[in-house]
Design a protein around this ligand. Structure first.
Ligand SMILES: [Zn+2]
Length: 222
């Protein structure tokens, strides 16, 4: 009886108790929805803290659930009259990519990217300090990493994306007034459109009413 109940319910919604159900959300390609949003999908290339293409990123695409993509379009619309726009670094992230991060963090012999991404943090502490985790909200499909641009130029946000350091905290007092203002502008616009910032990362936003709050997907980005 249980499988039958799961099957019927799954026609209407995703039933969390139905393990093994290979449900895939209807992903929206953000560039298809809003071509003016810039994409620089870091994990689909080598320009990231691991230093190589991350598992599950077969294409440099920003895929999100429909409500998250609509909310991102809202933010872009609000910025455009001010000559500002969004550049996204990461969107939906398969679980296998998060597993790749964890493998990298456990390999203390690999310090190739230290100078660029975590110069002041010991790699052995990345898990305990919360910079690397076994799961990510990105795998739920309604979380995005992004920055602001003016034309083609990214604005000064005080630190680079994925810089593992307290200076990346959105309200860090250690960055310039300009960077703090830019972080505040990004947060204001994203909050108006339904997102919530992660206080430890100025670039990380999750849709407040995300449609799959308990699901961690693992289909590759194609
Ligand atoms: Zn993020």
């Amino acid at each position: 009886m249980k499988w039958r109940r799961c099957g019927w319910i799954a026609v209407w919604l995703v039933w969390p108790g139905c393990t093994g159900w290979a449900f895939v959300p209807h992903w929206v390609d953000v560039r298809g929805l809003v071509p003016s949003i810039e994409t620089e999908i870091r994990y689909a290339g080598a320009s990231n803290f691991v230093g190589e293409v991350i598992d599950g990123y077969h294409a440099p695409r920003c895929l999100l659930t429909e409500p998250a993509a609509d909310a991102l379009a809202c933010a872009q619309r609000r910025l455009e009259p001010w000559g500002r726009g969004l550049r996204v670094y990461d969107c939906y992230r398969p679980q296998r990519a998060v597993d790749h991060f964890a493998r990298w963090a456990a390999d203390l012999s690999d310090q190739r990217t230290k100078q660029t991404y975590y110069p002041y943090v010991d790699k052995a502490e990345l898990f305990d300090a919360g910079y690397i985790a076994r799961r990510s909200g990105h795998s739920r499909g309604s979380t995005v990493d992004l920055t602001l641009v003016a034309g083609d130029a990214p604005l000064d946000m005080g630190t680079p994306f994925d810089f593992f350091d307290p200076a990346s905290h959105t309200d860090s007092p250690s960055v310039s007034d300009t960077a703090r203002n830019n972080r505040s502008l990004l947060r204001a616009v994203m909050e108006e459109c339904g997102f919530e910032n992660l206080a430890e990362e100025w670039w990380h936003y999750t849709l407040r009413d995300e449609p799959f709050p308990d699901r961690y997907f693992d289909v590759p980005v194609e």
